[in-house]
Design a binder for this molecule. Structure first.
Ligand SMILES: C[S@@+](CC[C@H](N)C(=O)[O-])C[C@H]1O[C@@H](n2cnc3c(N)ncnc32)[C@H](O)[C@@H]1O
Length: 373
């Protein structure tokens, strides 16, 4: 099975590296779940999954049905339906936009006029946009409209500049750019909804998490980055994301196989230490750990993970009663806290194979696989 949500640091590929190492177990535990690539590969009968990120965990709780799945499903399909309708919306006025673009390109009208005309045209046809601008979905239809206009205008100016520098665009590219601008405007509005949820926008939890899912799915390269005010500021993924099969992904979220995967999974939202110090851990448990890396940029959802956290994690593992495998990018600091510890083995893998690093020059090693059995 594949993960349900796009998450940085997904471990689908690393599965091949560790699959032969995974010990027999009756309970699977994953304290840094993220997208949960290994969980979906293994499909354990019984599991504890945890992540510190609140929205992520709420998402899984809706998927599992611990929270109102019907409402969540309806909210998420609102995004799918409207996202799919975008080409239809564009069709309504595309010819006019193309003409406007040509006039602008040939210096017949200035950018200011382009803005005025586009605003007027979109406003006049708002009711033809079948639900996109309904308050229930858009929450602030005016902001959505403004974002779309803003993105269209900036795309038009940029395309003009590109054509001036590099010559005429191939047929169809203008259409793709208009579509990207429209989708980017849609995305930017809902990114605003995500950033101001609870202040400017008041939504149900189901809508909030559906919105969060939409943003994770369409933000550039599934990255996390926040500005000084703490707002998430990753832009729309761009042209390559226009034709993503969003509906299939959402269908998969609500499939029987996903329901089955979560059936016996306890879903928690806490710090890893609480999971790793549970009194009931024993050797029939297998813990898979994929913590944030020991680098400067390891902020998931604004919560940074520093050297003290890495040490705290190592301390929880030195004498853990459960079997564990930890995968982490190698840095001198990380190697130092795990090497030569009683009962702890440290291997390293480079792209396609696992090998033991003891006594060899491991400068090229990329990741460490640390385990206790
Ligand atoms: C590298 S990602 C996990 C990726 C995951 N294995 C996958 O395949 O998608 C690390 C995760 O640890 C979570 N995290 C960060 N600090 C944490 C903490 N103190 N306790 C639990 N989870 C934490 C982050 O929210 C992030 O989802």
């Amino acid at each position: 099975m594949q993960p349900l949500i796009k998450w940085p640091g997904g471990k689908s590929k690393e599965y091949e590296q560790i699959k032969n190492l995974i010990p027999k177990h009756t309970r699977y535990i994953e304290p840094f779940f993220g997208g949960g690539a290994i969980f979906f590969k293994l499909q354990p009968q019984k599991a504890i999954i945890n992540d510190i990120c609140e929205e992520l965990i709420e998402f899984y709780r809706f998927v599992k049905g611990e929270k109102n799945k019907t409402e969540f499903k309806s909210c998420l399909y609102d995004y799918v339906d409207n996202w799919e309708k975008i080409p239809k919306y564009i069709n309504i006025f595309e010819n006019e936009i193309v003409k406007l673009y040509d006039d602008h390109k040939n210096n017949k009208i200035a950018e200011k006029e382009v803005r005025e005309i586009i605003t007027e045209k979109l406003k006049a046809k708002e009711d033809q946009f079948n639900g996109l601008f309904l308050e229930k979905f858009a929450l602030d239809p005016n902001n959505l409209l403004q974002e779309i206009i803003k993105n269209l205008i900036s795309k038009i100016s940029r395309t003009k500049k590109v054509e001036k520098e590099r010559g005429a665009l191939p047929d169809g590219d203008l259409h793709k750019n208009i579509e990207t601008a429209f989708r980017s405007g849609f995305y930017m509005h809902f990114r605003d909804v995500m950033n101001k949820n609870g202040s400017k926008y008041k939504t149900s939890l189901a809508k909030k998490i559906a919105n969060y899912y939409f943003i994770r799915e369409f933000c550039y390269a599934s990255m996390f980055r926040f500005n000084a005010k703490g707002d998430f500021n990753i832009p729309y993924g761009g042209i390559a994301y226009n034709n993503k099969d969003f509906r299939s992904k959402v269908n998969y979220i609500f499939s029987d196989e996903v329901e089955k995967a979560f059936k016996n999974a306890e879903i928690l939202n806490t710090d890893f230490e609480k999971i790793l110090t549970r009194k009931d851990l024993n050797k029939n448990d297998f813990i898979f750990l994929d913590p944030p890396y020991d680098t400067d940029f390891n902020d998931y959802e604004k919560k940074s993970f520093d050297k003290k956290d890495q040490e705290r994690l190592a301390k929880c593992l030195y004498t853990n009663k459960a079997h564990f495998i930890l995968i982490i990018k190698k840095t001198p600091f990380i190697y130092d806290i795990y090497k030569n510890k009683k009962g702890i083995k440290v291997d390293s893998f480079e792209k396609t194979y696992l090998y033991n690093v003891k006594g060899r020059n491991d400068r090229n090693a990329e990741h460490l696989v640390i385990y206790n059995f």
